[in-house]
Design a protein around this ligand. Structure first.
Ligand code: C5P
Length: 399
């Protein structure tokens, strides 16, 4: 929802990555933003204005002295309207101009005039990027105004060389835009720890015991918390969807590793959302070599893993900043009764109960929210990102 109705100016400068800016525009539009593309004259040599105009369904501005509508001065009206100004790709040349307050084309004039935050996606040859002049220009710009930089990454460049200077991927640029737009949200200044995925308990060097959790619900919560302005720590197992831009990531594998990471992170956190499917049991012994097959049945002895939420509950008195702990109850029977019991036993502020058979691995989830005050809210079947937004809205109330 964060991009819905937002006015975004997308500046495109003259680099080969300009073709990828079309996808940035398209993703922003699909997410509900109103996108005004401003191209530098050099950018039009790489991609046609008509492409952007078609994707955004809005006029594309290039000419400094053309008028938008009848009497608007283009750079003034664009500068005023913008909630965010993205420049993707940003060339070394335009960066240098911005750093020195030049206003020699419609894009540079708009940037100089606007109070909107800037999100920059530089793209250039490695030599240009690492040149101290370019780095000084960036530092100078950062000092003067609210600037967020995404990328550049390492990879194949226009010249065919491999190095740092590739523009960040469009998904990542749009995700960074969400971070910028969400910063002032209801969870601003809050640190939220989220766990995601199913833990893996080793049996021998090549085998693990695990579960069907995809990590989608946990990552969706991390995204929603980030969009609401929280500083997010995402503790996850391997193979979960990508973490939201701006989040701190910790990758763990076993319940024990997750316990250590969670106890470490909650020391400085306002909230913990324990969405991970943590193993309850692990092999008592981990074989040092791969277990060989024999003609006999194989019997495994399992032992309990630490219950992370119980350990957090025991430490609550020493964690004054931690104001909300949210648990998840994945049940296959008596969903609400079992969840209530967990809420009490693990001393939670809120528990999100669902039927594990329907939720695990799916894109949708039907949950019931049960709060410590006894209130019960049954939500309809929704996509996991919408469930996440509703849970985060409840979290904001709790905090
Ligand atoms: O009791 P149960 O394991 O079903 O409770 C589920 C909740 O407890 C989830 O939030 C889960 O992440 C958490 N949990 C935990 N440590 C475990 C097992 C589950 O914190 N060892």
């Amino acid at each position: 929802m964060i991009l819905q109705g937002k006015h975004i100016v997308l500046g495109v400068t003259g680099g080969i990555a300009a073709y990828k800016a079309v996808e940035v525009a398209s993703r922003l539009v699909k997410a509900g933003a109103q996108v005004d593309v401003v191209m530098t004259p050099a950018a039009t040599r790489f991609v046609g204005a008509l492409t952007f105009q078609t994707v955004t369904a809005r006029p594309v501005a290039v000419e400094m002295f053309a008028l938008l509508r009848e009497t608007d001065i283009a750079h003034v009206s664009l500068a005023r309207r913008a909630d965010l100004l993205i420049i993707a790709p940003l060339t070394a040349n335009t960066l240098a101009k911005l750093a020195h307050g030049l206003a020699d084309n419609l894009l540079t004039a708009t940037v100089l005039d606007t109070h909107a935050p800037l999100l920059l996606a530089p793209a250039m040859e490695t030599g240009m990027w690492t040149n101290p002049l370019t780095q000084d220009n960036l530092a100078r710009l950062r000092k003067a105004r609210d600037v967020t930089v995404v990328g550049p990454t390492e990879g194949r460049l226009a010249s065919g060389a491999v190095g740092v200077g590739r523009m960040a991927e469009p998904v990542e640029i749009v995700d960074a835009a969400r971070w910028v737009l969400g910063r002032a949200g209801p969870l601003r200044g809050r640190r939220v720890v989220v766990t995601a995925g199913g833990t893996r308990e080793p049996l021998d060097p090549v085998r693990v015991l695990t579960n069907r959790s995809s990590g989608r619900m946990g990552v969706a919560l991390a995204v929603a918390a980030r969009d609401a302005g929280a500083e997010v720590v995402l503790i996850h197992t391997p193979g979960v969807p990508p973490a939201p831009w701006g989040a701190n990531e910790v990758e763990v594998e076993t319940a024990q590793e997750m316990r250590d990471a969670v106890l470490d992170a909650v020391a400085e956190a306002d909230a913990l959302l324990m969405a991970a499917a943590v193993a309850d049991y692990r092999p008592l012994q981990v074989a040092r070599q791969k277990i060989k097959k024999t003609g006999e049945p194989l019997v495994l002895t399992l032992e309990r893993t630490p219950d992370i939420l119980v350990e957090v509950a025991e430490r609550r008195a020493k964690l004054p900043r931690l104001r909300a702990v949210v648990g998840f109850a994945a049940e296959t029977e008596r969903v609400v009764e079992n969840a209530r019991d967990k809420l009490r036993r693990k001393r939670l502020e809120l528990i999100v109960a669902n039927d594990a058979r329907l939720a695990m691995g799916a894109d949708t989830n039907q949950v019931t929210l049960i709060a410590a005050d006894g209130s019960v809210e049954e939500l309809p079947l929704l996509p996991k990102d919408e469930v996440a937004e509703l849970v985060i809205a409840r979290l904001a109330e709790l905090l």
